[in-house]
Design a protein around this ligand. Structure first.
Ligand SMILES: Nc1ncnc2c1ncn2[C@@H]1O[C@H](COP(=O)(O)OP(=O)(O)OP(=O)(O)O)[C@@H](O)[C@H]1O
Length: 583
């Protein structure tokens, strides 16, 4: 984990090394200052020698200036190293997430990925800044101050060594108690983010079902749990200061009392006692800082682990060593395919699918909810891989695993069931299909997808701004834009996964007619719950519980496939979709 994280320091290594170097220099300057103070008091003031006062005063000024300079430099490099490190972590995670296969994506929730890229990275950034600065400064200061104290007076030094033990015990007891609470705090951040993400993205559904109050309560509860845990942790941390102050003042009183005896008996000078006080203060402060470093680091351990989980996640799908860079045609072969989402599941999602589709053919896929239609098409563009011994899926005469992944996904265009548009103009959205498409090309595909009619009615036409998630266009309009976007890729295989469900039947028929005449060489796979959407297809696959129950023309299926015939009869008599028959 540590190796993975440190690997992300990258170009900020130099800043990360310079920070402790300048911090050490700053500490050495600060350590010398009380020593010079003692000289001013003993040799200058007590010795009635103004020249010594000026000389040591000047030296002190130089030391103070150098300490300031080194401190500023250390702060500057620490800030640059930690923010740069955080930026690299975010970029590294984001890059890896882009490489994730769907199997990888299924492992992490969106909310958890967001928390990891925001809150977790901020924690690690703060911990890293502390590590390269305070974690160097505090122990160095502690050791140097202790050495100075012992050189001044051994007996007095033993007083604060005892005090240090008490303080260390108190502070580390608090850390021990507080660390597990912080672990829980970060786990709860995931729940809070999940609640925000789910509700904000589904705000329309929330309103439609009048669930505001319920959702409000749900969020309130998550926020309350988080607040309670944070209060618990902070309340424990609040003891830090009083314990520290108690030990410091007790220590000071003891030092003053014993020190006064030493001064009166002539075995110690006033200057030495003054510098001893300064060193003791520095030591206590260092210990306090050290305890904070431990809190911060233990707080961020959970974050570190969560970040490295994303960074170390290896994509389950990779390109072959010598990938095929061209898909010859739109032939599709499923050779006895078995597929399961999670290894070890009791039942396969797809079972022994053996189907052969010709290039340019239009194939309908029909079946009940959850029977595996989307899963079936996801294998064609290699969004998932088949089981290790679960047959193979071929496109254009080659196993999909032998292609370059970008090539196969460009040639197999999928209009997913859940259509997503991005904020930007209609043209921007269409050009996701082909970055350099001209406006004319965009218009052509929009005509094919019957999207031109509503775009032309919009005041800004193709430059109309689409809001995030396509919230300012209707479901049917969104579907047509997504079909146009896929067409712009001029793919060898076009898959429509129930993507005309929100389009009226007349427009649906028009789109299919356009496909048949304008893109005859593209293999078209149309998933639908409506028989009317697939009955014109060359052949239709009837899926039932992950298995192929029939694969033939509409007419032959009506004659030979009882499931298909029954659905047809139900839908023709005004019934609903596939599932109504199944129930
Ligand atoms: N990412 C996933 N992880 C685990 N199981 C999944 C995943 N996606 C789908 N499934 C399961 O696989 C089965 C087939 O799902 P699939 O989406 O292929 O069905 P479908 O026929 O397309 O259904 P619908 O018509 O409702 O879209 C279902 O039982 C579903 O719960």
């Amino acid at each position: 984990m540590i190796k993975t994280l440190l690997g992300q320091v990258g170009e900020y290594k130099k800043d990360s090394i310079l920070t402790p170097v300048f911090t050490a220099a700053e500490v050495f300057m600060e350590i010398l200052i009380p020593f010079v103070t003692a000289k001013i008091i003993d040799e200058g003031i007590n010795g009635q020698d103004m020249s010594k006062v000026y000389m040591y005063g000047g030296l002190m000024l130089v030391l103070a200036f150098l300490s300031l300079f080194f401190g500023v430099m250390a702060g500057k490099f620490a800030a640059s190293a930690s923010t740069g490190f955080a930026c690299n972590l975010r970029e590294g995670m984001y890059r890896n997430v882009q490489e994730f296969s769907f199997t990888n994506i299924d492992k992490f929730s969106t909310a958890s990925l967001i928390t990891r890229m925001t809150t977790d990275v901020t924690n690690v950034q703060n911990a890293y800044q502390m590590l390269i600065r305070i974690a160097v400064r505090a122990p160095l200061m502690l050791i140097c101050s202790m050495i100075m104290c012992f050189t001044i007076n051994v007996e007095l030094s033993l007083v604060f060594v005892a005090a240090l033990v008490v303080l260390a015990f108190g502070l580390f007891f608090i850390i021990f108690k507080v660390t597990p609470i912080f672990d829980e705090v970060f786990r709860n951040y995931d729940n809070l983010n999940a609640s925000v993400q789910e509700n904000v993205s589904a705000i329309r559904v929330v309103k439609a079902f009048v669930r505001e109050e319920y959702e409000d309560k749900k969020f309130g509860k998550a926020a309350e749990v988080l607040a309670e845990l944070s209060i618990k942790a902070e309340s424990l941390l609040a003891f830090n200061n009083p314990i520290m102050m108690f030990v410091i003042f007790t220590c000071m009183m003891l030092l003053s009392w014993i020190g006064a005896h030493f001064i009166v008996s002539g075995s110690m000078t006033t200057g030495n006692l003054t510098s001893l006080f300064s060193y003791v203060m520095s030591m206590m402060m260092s210990l306090m800082m050290l305890s904070m470093v431990f809190v911060m680091i233990s707080m961020s351990m959970a974050s570190m682990r969560r970040i490295s989980e994303v960074l170390e996640e290896t994509p389950t799908m990779t390109n072959p060593d010598e990938p095929i860079m061209e898909v010859p045609d739109g032939r599709i072969d499923f050779n006895h395919v078995d597929f399961v989402y999670k290894a070890g599941s009791a039942e396969d999602t797809l079972k022994d699918i053996d189907i052969h589709i010709k290039s340019g053919e239009t194939v309908g896929v029909i079946g009940g909810t959850g029977c595996g239609k989307s899963t079936f098409v996801n294998l064609i563009s290699r969004l998932y891989d088949v089981k290790p011994d679960g047959g193979s899926v071929w496109v254009g005469g080659h196993d999909v695993r032998d292609y370059d992944m970008e090539v196969i996904r460009n040639e197999v265009a999928v209009v997913l069931q859940k259509n997503v548009l991005f904020s930007g103009t209609i043209l921007d959205n269409l050009r996701w299909g082909k970055a350099d498409a001209t406006e004319n090309e965009c218009r052509e595909v929009c005509e094919l997808a019957c999207a031109d009619e509503f775009i032309d009615r919009m005041p800004d036409g193709y430059n109309t701004w689409i809001e995030q998630g396509g919230s300012n266009v209707s479901g049917g309009q969104k579907q047509r834009l997504c079909i146009a976007r896929a067409l712009l890729k001029s793919p060898k295989v076009l898959i429509l996964d129930d993507s005309t469900s929100a389009v009226d039947t007349a427009t649906d028929a028009k789109i299919r007619q356009a496909f048949a005449t304008k893109i005859p060489n593209t293999t078209k796979i149309i998933i639908s719950q409506r028989i009317s959407s697939v009955q014109d297809a060359d052949r239709i696959i009837v899926l039932d519980n992950g298995m192929v129950s029939g694969f033939d023309t509409h007419e032959n299926l009506l004659k030979n496939n009882t499931i298909y015939k029954e659905i047809y009869d139900v839908q023709m008599s005004g019934g609903g979709d596939f599932d109504e028959k199944m129930n």
